[in-house]
Design a protein around this ligand. Sequence first.
Ligand code: NAD
Length: 415
Amino acid sequence: MNIGFIGLGKLGLPVALAVESKGHTVCGYDISENVKSIIDAKKIPYKEIWAQEHLDRSKIEFTSISEVVKKSDIIFVPIQTPHDPLYEGITKIPNKRVDFNYEYLIKGMKSLSEEIEKQKISKIVIIISTVLPGTIRREIKPLLGPHTKLCYNPFFIAMGTTMKDFMFPEFVLFGVDDPEAADTAEKFYKTIHRSPFFKTTIENAELIKVTYNTYISTKIGFINTVMEMCHHLPNTNVDDVTNGLRLASKRIISDAYLTGGMGDGGGCHPRDNIALSWLAKKFNLSTDWFENIMMQREKQSEWLSDLVLENLVNKKIFILGKSFKPETNILTGSPSILLLNLLKEKNKEIEINSYDPFVDKEEPKFDKATYFIGTKHEIFRNYSFPDGSIVIDPFRYIINKNKSVRLISIGNNLE
Ligand SMILES: NC(=O)c1ccc[n+]([C@@H]2O[C@H](COP(=O)([O-])OP(=O)(O)OC[C@H]3O[C@@H](n4cnc5c(N)ncnc54)[C@H](O)[C@@H]3O)[C@@H](O)[C@H]2O)c1
């Protein structure tokens, strides 16, 4: 099939490459010159497994919006719906809640629909962007002409593994507005994988997407609370507790995201929680569950910052790891940066450094200090820390052979 993309950013380009790898002809348009130069130079600036090797041999055509409309049977739209930077999850959450910013998506969908009407041929347009429930019908549908056959198909994709997650998903979530368009899309997905294709209303799809993310945050927040409890309870170890819980795979679902560590992070989860908290307040829900999740994350980071300050060595702190998850350089929504910001806010007298081998070019000079492992990069496991230091490890994976270094393994209280 001929597949078009309006928006070839961090989601769009890897997905376009995945679609191309299944034998489809792909073209795309993006307003950003930067994106055009990434495709022209064939160099992906972010860490995405499989993407670079596919881009090296890709024939994706970067073209105009009118050519995308002319050439494509299906047009995917992964345009950004950003949050205010204050709501990313790397600082304390402001009291006021806000929705995402739909300005870019509205503009992009308006130009696309105008072009489709100009060409007077019916086109299947599938929005991928994350939105809060109710948005597509309220903000997007009224902009569209009769030739735009709309669908809403949000993806469950983790940055860094976008192609893999697109090609091997648990299921495809598909919000239907035009049943014929949905049938064609289902046929298209049969060329990609055999995963279930779940058709539902647009509003259900919007709600499933954001609650999927916040459910993951719930699991992480819950198990991190257990980790904190283990830190206080003699003869407990959070990993033994989770290993037990994992065996209850029928009632407690799966063991994914059930390991104590840092709070939830990344470009989607914290912001989705905060936006849903805005919606919960708008509807005056009896319980704002999403606020609970974010407050757990923030308060636990406060507790970690207190733990660091209680174990201060030489008035100096090193936070090791800045990225939101291991082995990547993506900093968006990083709980490690939240901790750094809380520490800076709390104590201006001490020296606070942070270092991430995936982000920073040069390793700082490590000396006697308090070290906190903010990201579980494999490289830290066998680090040799300076004599007299204290190392705080919320992941319980650091191997310390130096007797003059004190290791605090959070959540391991076994005697
Ligand atoms: N990145 C992910 O892993 C991921 C996962 C799930 C959902 N999402 C959602 O997908 C959407 C896109 O995310 P992203 O990370 O790719 O954002 P991004 O900012 O990296 O990419 C969006 C792209 O759309 C382009 N664009 C904006 N307006 C346009 C227009 N009028 N015409 C053509 N192109 C236009 C931008 O220039 C940009 O390159 C967001 O709603 C996000 O929440 C992203």
